[in-house]
Design a protein around this ligand. Structure first.
Ligand SMILES: Cc1cc2nc3c(=O)[nH]c(=O)nc-3n(C[C@H](O)[C@H](O)[C@H](O)COP(=O)(O)OP(=O)(O)OC[C@H]3O[C@@H](n4cnc5c(N)ncnc54)[C@H](O)[C@@H]3O)c2cc1C
Length: 489
């Protein structure tokens, strides 16, 4: 029986283990943390664990596919429901905009707030985003690798896409041409941060993220970390040997093409490895020094954004919250200017997930909350005392919208970039791997196969990139490549 070791139990590692499980292969999953899920993680609160990682579920069919790979149906294990409001958006002047999956409702809401021209501009942007998504879904998002040829083939017969994307168009540039209303530019520009970029440098192709949301955003009852908990149970049933607290410190390929893995000072032998950590770790000492250099430096740098994350439970007062809420900065542009200079912005768009809210009507009784504030990854690793400052600034800013909590999050409970850097080795605190900046970013990321036969890569730093569905997709690609090359089926 061949033995494949999956290193890391983020969503990429879990989906790879799911695909490899239940067949004629011994599968071991080694995770350095004490729980599974990687960034799909939670912090304890008096009313149960509150997410401090991803909150937005899009492309749910990819999650369903992981469960099917375990011989199960997602809906038998998790309650996943579509949200009536994709996100509620707040500005200082009292403007509040709900966006939904219905184009006509969005048209009416935008027209009502910003006028007919803005509504028409939205419809054009919405159509363009859909066109982009449909053009690139199979050729890029779900494909196992990226090439200029594949991209060109996908765009054949779509000259309007070419003209709008190719002149090195940034997302900010596209929005500047497409929207007269600055608040809509602010709203749709924020999508660059979903993959760790800023709109001024992110390519216009990222406008497709809007359509990924407009197709439907889902909520997992109990929180996103439940995905990992459910998958862990299924993987155990499928005889995957799950070992937590296992920090892999060395990977070495022996002359016979097998592997020696050092974890907690003991050696584990394997025929193949799926590595779900940050690919930078393979360049930063995880691979034995006699192994080849795997990537060009621009495959993993520059780094994407990090974040300051608050997870807590409380009763919110003063603002009618939806499940996903965005409180926009009153100084548009300042946030991205600061991030561009590797500084943590004082004025920032704040994202707030009220994870126990579904319809978001009125003041709500106790709920779990997650607040995310963008921060740069590496050059500014905030000192611990800065936790106090950021906690205060975030709560003060929400207070300016009239939002308060009966129990405020404590500074100690905040996750800072340096915490992410510690918990995700070699990541430098970047949440989304390599930065998505520039037209060529998608071509630069490593893919499942690398220079070492038998070593496969998956996760947010690998093609097709960050986000739960993408990282899960990369796990499938890694498992499929291992099955094929190592003759596992
Ligand atoms: C605050 C926040 C908000 C986000 N919001 C969203 C969102 O709304 N929607 C969305 O789709 N995505 C979101 N994301 C991004 C998404 O969470 C990630 O892209 C995705 O979860 C990354 O999965 P991964 O497979 O790369 O694994 P990771 O989550 O990075 O996990 C990797 C695992 O490998 C383990 N590991 C690493 N090195 C070793 C080693 N040497 N030995 C053993 N184990 C090791 C780590 O401990 C970790 O458990 C968010 C992320 C964060 C942090």
């Amino acid at each position: 029986m061949k033995h494949v070791v999956v290193i890391g139990a983020g969503i990429g590692g879990l989906s790879a283990a799911a695909k490899l499980s239940g067949g004629p292969t011994k599968v071991t999953l080694l995770e350095r943390a004490t729980s599974l899920g990687g960034k799909l993680r939670a912090i304890e609160t008096p009313i149960g664990p509150a997410d401090i990682g991803p909150t937005v579920v899009t492309m749910p069919d990819i999650l369903e596919e992981i469960f099917r790979a375990c011989g199960a149906e997602l809906h038998d294990h998790l309650t996943m429901t579509p949200l009536p409001v994709l996100a509620r958006h707040f500005w200082d002047d009292g403007t509040m905009l709900d966006l939904t999956t219905h184009r006509d409702q969005n048209y009416a809401a935008i027209g009502g707030l910003f006028g007919n021209q803005a509504a028409d501009e939205f419809m054009r942007f919405d159509a363009f985003s859909k066109q982009l998504f449909e053009c690139f879904e199979q050729s890029v998002i779900r494909a196992s690798s990226m090439s200029p040829i594949k991209l060109a083939q996908a765009m054949i017969g779509q000259p309007s896409l070419l003209t709008r994307l190719l002149p090195n168009q940034s997302l900010a540039g596209l929005l500047l041409r497409g929207f007269k209303e600055p608040r809509l530019r602010q709203l749709f520009g924020r999508y660059a941060t979903y993959v760790g970029g800023i709109p001024q440098h992110a390519p216009a192709i990222l406008a497709l993220i809007w359509h990924a949301e407009a197709k439907g955003v889902f909520r997992i009852e109990g929180g996103m970390h439940q995905i990992a908990t459910s998958l862990a149970k299924l993987l155990e049933k499928r005889r995957v040997d799950i070992q937590t607290g296992e920090d892999v410190t060395r990977i070495r390929q022996t002359k016979d093409g097998r592997f020696e893995i050092t974890s907690n000072n003991r050696l584990i032998n394997a025929d193949g490895i799926v590595f779900n950590g940050d690919p930078r770790a393979l360049e930063e000492g995880l691979l034995d020094e006699d192994q080849p250099r795997l990537f060009k430096p621009n495959a993993t740098t520059p780094r994407s954004l990090s974040a300051i994350v608050h997870g807590f439970s409380a009763t919110a007062r003063g603002v009618s919250l939806s499940h996903h809420n965005v409180f926009f900065s009153n100084i548009p542009g300042e946030e991205f200017q600061a991030l561009d200079q590797q500084k943590t912005p004082k004025s920032a768009n704040l994202y707030l997930c009220a994870s126990d809210h579904e319809d978001g009507q009125g003041d709500v009784t106790k709920s779990r909350f997650e607040i995310i504030r963008n921060a740069p990854a590496m050059s500014h690793l905030a000192r611990d005392e800065e936790r106090q400052t950021w906690n205060r600034l975030t709560l003060q800013r929400l207070g300016q919208f009239g939002l308060s909590f009966d129990q405020e999050p404590t500074a100690e409970s905040i996750t800072m970039p340096q915490d992410l850097a510690r918990d995700f080795p070699a990541s430098q605190g970047a949440i989304y791997g390599r930065s998505p900046h520039g037209m060529m970013a998608s071509f630069r990321r490593p893919v499942a196969r690398c220079k070492i036969p038998g070593l496969y890569l998956c996760g947010g730093g690998i093609h097709p990139g960050a986000g739960v569905p993408m990282a899960a997709q990369s796990g499938f690609h890694a498992a499929e490549a291992a099955q094929k090359d190592l003759d596992l089926t």
